[in-house]
Design a protein around this ligand. Structure first.
Ligand code: PHE
Length: 416
C-alpha cells in the first residue's frame, strides 16, 4: 500500500486516496534548474528579466500549493480536466504541485506588486516524448494599472514608448482585434480601458519577442527577413480577452505563450479591486530548445559534464550533440624504439584509421624516459563509443587488438 506520510523539503505530509506524486518527482523538487548559474534555463530567465528590468523578479516560491490557489482563485470551473489526478500531481487532496505559475498571481498582486515576473518549476502528468517532461519551467509576467484616467495615461505613455521601439525594428506582426465577440472584454471593464491594456500587453510582448528571437546570430530576423509574430485568440479561465503568441523561427511556427487581460475576480481576491492589467505565462524549455538547438527535453536534467560544461553564464550558444551510448575505455602502454619519435598525432591517426568513428577521444595518460635504457614509455587511454549504438566490450577489444598490432608494425613499439 501507500506510505502514510511523504517527506518533502524535510516536512511530513499525510497521504490520502488521491496521492499520486512519485519518488522520482519528489527527488527533483529541490533542483530548481532555473536558478543554476550557466544552465540554459537560468540564462533564458535572466534574459527575460533584463528585458523587464523595472519589474520585480521572483523565483523562489515553493511548488507546493493548494488546489484552491492553483484553480479556484483563478476561476477554473469545478469540472476542469486539469484538476483530475490523471493530469496533476497531488500530495493529498489539499496540496498539489502547481501546474502553472499563474497559481501565484493572487498572492503576488496581494503583496502590492504591480509589475512583476515570476519564474518557477511547474508539474503536469503527460505523455512521454522528446518535448514533454512532467516538470518544466514557466515565467509569469504581469502589470496592473489604476483603473482610472491617471492609470490610462500611464498605459498610453508606455504604449507610445513601445511603439517607438517597435517602429524601428524589423518585425512583422499578424494581429487580431483586442476585443471581439468571441474574445470579449469583461462586463465590469470600460471597453476603452480594456483596449488600451490589451494594446499594452501586445506591444510589451512583441518587444520581448524581439529581445528573444530578433537578435543577430541566433537565426532570427535578418535584413531580408523580418521576425514574424502572430497573435491568436485564446481562452483561459482567468483572463479575458485572451491571446496566444506564436513566432516563426527556423521555418516553423512556435507556440510561445498564453496571455490576456486579468480577470477582475483575481484582482478583487488579491485586494486590489481598483486595478486593471495584463498577465502572460511562457514556457522556458520550448524556447530554450530552439535557441540552443537542444534536441531532447531530458537534456535539461542531465548532470553529464558533456552537457553542463558547454554552457557559459548569460550566453546563448549552439548545443553540440554527443553520443548517448556507453563508453568503453581501453589503455595501451608501450616503449618506443630509441631512434623513433612517435608524436601523439601519429598515435591518433593509427586509432582513427582502425576504429573510424567508433573512437570518441584519446588521452595521453603518462609518459616517462627510463633513466638507464633512455627509452620512452607512453600510455594512452582510448575511449571507444558509437554515436548510434551500444558498443560491446568484445568489439572494443577486437579494435584495440588491431590498434596494438598496427603500432607494432608501423612504429616497432614494444607493448608493456
Ligand atoms: N497559465 C497559463 C498556462 O499555463 C498561461 C497564462 C498565463 C495565460 C497568464 C494567461 C495569463 O497555460
Amino acid at each position: 500500500g501507500r506510505p502514510k506520510f511523504l517527506e518533502i523539503f524535510g516536512e511530513q505530509y499525510p497521504t490520502d486516496s488521491i496521492t499520486n506524486i512519485t519518488p522520482a518527482i519528489i527527488a527533483k523538487l529541490p533542483l530548481r534548474l532555473h536558478t543554476r548559474p550557466s544552465h540554459p534555463l537560468d540564462t533564458l530567465r535572466t534574459l527575460v528579466e533584463s528585458h523587464y528590468s523595472d519589474f520585480a523578479h521572483l523565483s523562489s516560491l515553493s511548488p507546493l500549493v493548494s488546489p484552491f490557489k492553483n484553480f479556484d482563485e483563478l476561476s477554473f470551473p469545478q469540472d476542469h480536466p486539469g484538476r483530475a489526478a490523471t493530469d496533476s500531481y497531488y500530495v493529498n487532496k489539499d496540496l498539489m504541485l502547481r501546474t502553472h505559475t499563474s497559481a501565484h498571481e493572487v498572492e503576488v498582486f496581494r503583496r502590492g506588486e504591480d509589475k512583476w515576473l515570476l519564474t518557477a518549476d511547474v508539474y503536469r502528468r503527460d505523455e512521454i516524448d522528446g518535448s514533454h517532461y512532467p516538470i518544466f519551467h514557466q515565467m509569469e509576467g504581469a502589470r496592473i494599472f489604476s483603473a482610472d484616467a491617471s492609470g490610462m495615461k500611464e498605459v498610453e505613455e508606455d504604449n507610445e514608448r513601445l511603439r517607438h521601439r517597435l517602429g524601428q525594428a524589423n518585425i512583422l506582426i499578424e494581429d487580431v482585434p483586442h476585443i471581439s465577440p468571441s474574445n470579449p472584454n469583461q462586463p465590469t471593464h470600460d471597453p476603452l480601458y480594456s483596449e488600451l491594456v490589451a494594446q499594452n500587453l501586445k506591444l510589451s510582448l512583441n518587444s520581448l519577442m524581439l529581445t528573444l528571437f530578433g537578435g543577430p546570430g541566433i537565426g532570427g530576423a535578418t535584413a531580408a527577413a523580418p521576425l514574424r509574430v502572430r497573435w491568436i485568440e485564446a481562452y483561459f479561465p482567468f483572463t479575458s480577452p485572451s491571446f496566444e503568441v506564436e513566432v516563426f523561427f527556423r521555418g516553423k511556427w512556435l507556440e510561445i505563450l498564453g496571455s490576456g487581460v486579468v480577470r477582475q475576480a483575481t484582482l478583487d481576491t488579491a485586494n486590489v479591486p481598483n486595478k486593471i492589467g495584463w498577465a502572460f505565462g511562457l514556457g522556458l524549455e520550448r524556447i530554450a530548445m530552439i535557441l540552443y538547438s537542444i534536441p531532447d527535453i531530458r537534456l535539461f536534467w542531465s548532470t553529464d559534464e558533456r552537457f553542463l560544461s558547454q554552457f557559459t553564464d548569460k550566453e546563448i550558444t549552439t548545443f553540440q550533440p554527443y553520443s548517448k551510448y556507453p563508453s568503453c575505455f581501453k589503455d595501451v602502454s608501450f616503449w618506443t624504439p630509441q631512434n623513433v619519435t612517435l608524436h601523439e598525432n601519429d598515435f591518433c591517426d593509427v586509432v582513427r584509421d582502425v576504429a573510424g568513428d567508433l573512437v570518441e577521444d584519446v588521452k595521453k595518460a603518462n609518459d616517462f624516459v627510463h633513466p638507464k635504457t633512455n627509452r620512452t614509455s607512453l600510455c594512452f587511454r582510448i575511449n571507444y563509443r558509437s554515436m548510434d549504438r551500444s558498443l560491446s566490450n568484445e568489439e572494443a577489444n577486437e579494435i584495440q587488438l588491431q590498434v596494438v598490432s598496427r603500432l607494432q608494425e608501423q612504429f616497432g613499439v614494444e607493448i608493456r
